[in-house]
Write a new protein. Structure first.
Length: 557
């Protein structure tokens, strides 16, 4: 293979000076060349060979010992999911390939095979150097890779659909068992790990210079083998797909539609439902169960998804796990840590929240926090308070009484400077988000940063303290959009406090206002008319229909 030839050429280049030194020394010992200049040349080449060999050996050991990053996953033992292991083994038997060595879950809508064997796990340094140089190639039997399954698939897909989706993935264990392919992959992963290790900050000059040199050599070799590695993986994927053609082919076409649907629902659930909770130190503990509700709601709303809900009568793939609730909670915590940060254990400032508690503990708190921020900015701008029913315009401590009328009167007043209010809201949001930045993953159980390193075996210990961004990345909101969101929050607080409304959860859109048990999704347009045009009539009409009292004080968070 081309990748192994590149490795062999690098090895040959490292031992070339040694070969030249041996030839010169043997020739000198046999009297074929005389002393003088030839003696000086021989000793110079010998010294050069020794230096090159030492450098080459150092680079080989550094590359072999570099620890490749492993995808953060939740391990799933056979005792925890015997039926799932049995399904995968039966699938491997049908495909006539080795069964995966283990199964793990990832909080993502994807599935793949991951080689978690690396020379760095070997106990002897000579084994490390042998892996890079290729010595003993063909005698090592590579271990089967780990099968990583997207946790949303297990909850949304039916058993037969999951088997069809996993067929081409499991088929990849065949090429993975080939010694040359396994060696080539370990070689590339070792180089990639060496580059990542060289880029780590905080090294002194004594350690930094050798690490930088190793990183430079690894980058040089990676550039040389990048195209070959991509071509190898394309061929492996094509071979695996071809092998899996005869297994549940017709069902796989239908199952792939469920993959796209699951991805859409998972993205909406993370960005619109989970993210507000993460920002206040709460993490939904049943994200995978939530994606079923979200996708069921999407199927109900989308005519293109007609018929998908009838699948729910079939056996879900999560039934293949002995304790699906525990697996869901572990995957949900990993998702929170991956995309937002935080410690590996729950604590006072980082605690789980059930879906039943979500409206009261997340939605209501979010609204009241934004309403309080809106009134703080109004106070800073010197906006006058409106007279409240049963109380003065000023509270006992001289702060203005928080009423919805105060907000509406300011925005609807002739010549109102809504741009200044929007700018103030934007600045306040930026300050609050900066002070509530994602927690470092090495934080303690109370959510506060800790100076201690992460616990041994933490799946995120190689990924650094910075959380991964949610995808697709959400565009930054303008000041006007933020102001509209805060006015909506103030209206919702007033509706809850004065009209008997309640906070709720929409599985696709996140926080929702429930009036008489039904979701009111028609609040956005009247609020935009007030914020953008200063026209309060549409909002006043909406408030009258719902029964909201704008002149009564609102409880703030």
């Amino acid at each position: 293979m081309a990748l192994l030839r590149i490795r062999s050429r690098a090895t040959a280049l490292a031992i070339l000076p040694a070969g030249a030194a041996v030839v010169l020394l043997v020739a000198q010992a046999q009297g074929r060349i005389g002393g003088g200049v030839w003696s000086t040349v021989s000793w110079a080449v010998t010294v050069c060979a020794v230096v090159v060999l030492l450098i080459g050996a150092g680079v080989a050991v550094a590359v072999a010992r570099a620890r490749p990053a492993v995808s953060p996953t939740v391990p799933l033992t056979e005792a925890a999911a015997p039926d799932l292991y049995r399904l995968v083994r039966d699938l491997a038997d049908r495909l006539d390939v080795p069964a995966p060595s283990a199964i793990a879950l990832t909080p993502d809508c994807d599935s793949w095979l991951e080689d978690r064997t690396h020379p760095a796990t070997q106990p002897k340094a000579k084994d490390l150097a042998r892996e890079l140089t290729g010595a003993g190639r063909g005698r090592r039997v590579p271990a089967a890779p780990v099968l990583v399954i997207g946790s949303p698939f297990l909850w949304w897909m039916r058993v037969a659909e999951l088997r069809a989706v996993l067929a081409p993935v499991v088929a990849g264990t065949g090429p993975s068992a080939h010694p040359d392919i396994a060696a080539a992959r370990r070689f590339v992963r070792g180089l990639d790990a060496a580059v990542a290790d060289a880029d780590q900050p905080g090294r002194g000059r004594v350690r930094g210079i050798p690490a930088a040199f190793v990183g430079w050599v690894a980058r040089l070799m990676l550039r040389g083998c990048r195209g070959h590695a991509a071509e190898m993986e394309r061929c492996v994927a094509a071979a695996a797909s071809g092998r899996a053609q005869g297994v549940d082919y017709g069902l796989r076409i239908v199952a792939q539609e469920q993959v796209g649907l699951a991805y859409a629902g998972w993205d909406r659930l993370l960005t619109r439902v989970a993210l507000p909770a993460w920002r206040m130190g709460r993490w939904p503990s049943r994200l995978d169960a939530g994606v079923v509700s979200a996708l069921t709601e999407l199927s109900r709303r989308d005519r293109l998804a007609d018929g998908f809900t009838s699948r729910l009568g079939e056996r879900p793939a999560c039934d293949l796990i002995e304790e699906p609730g525990a697996a869901d909670e572990a995957a949900s915590l990993l998702a929170a840590r991956l995309f937002h940060g935080g410690p590996a254990e729950a604590g006072p400032g980082w605690s789980p929240v059930d879906w039943q508690q979500y409206p009261e503990e997340v939605v209501d708190r979010k609204w009241r926090t934004e309403a309080a921020r809106l009134h703080r900015v109004l106070d800073a701008l010197g906006v006058a308070a409106s007279v409240s029913v049963g109380g003065p315009a000023q509270g006992a401590d001289g702060s203005a009484v928080p009423t919805l009328a105060r907000v509406i009167d300011h925005l609807a007043a002739p010549g109102a400077n809504s741009e200044a209010l929007a700018a103030g809201i934007g600045a306040a949001v930026a300050r609050d988000e900066a002070s509530e930045a994602p927690r470092p993953r090495t934080g303690g159980s109370d959510g506060s940063p800790a100076a201690t390193p992460p616990a041994a075996g933490d799946p995120l210990d190689l990924w650094g303290p910075v959380p991964l961004p949610l995808f697709p990345l959400q565009p930054p909101r303008t000041g006007t959009e933020l102001l509209a969101d805060h006015v909506v929050a103030m209206v919702c607080c007033a509706a809850v406090d004065t009209a008997g409304a309640a906070p709720g959860l929409d599985w696709l859109d996140g926080p929702a206002l429930l009036v008489d048990g039904g979701r009111r999704s028609d609040l956005g347009a009247p609020v935009l008319s007030l914020v953008e045009d200063g026209d309060a009539e549409p909002l006043r009409t909406w408030l009258t229909a719902v029964g909201v009292r704008t002149d009564k004080p609102v409880r703030l968070g």
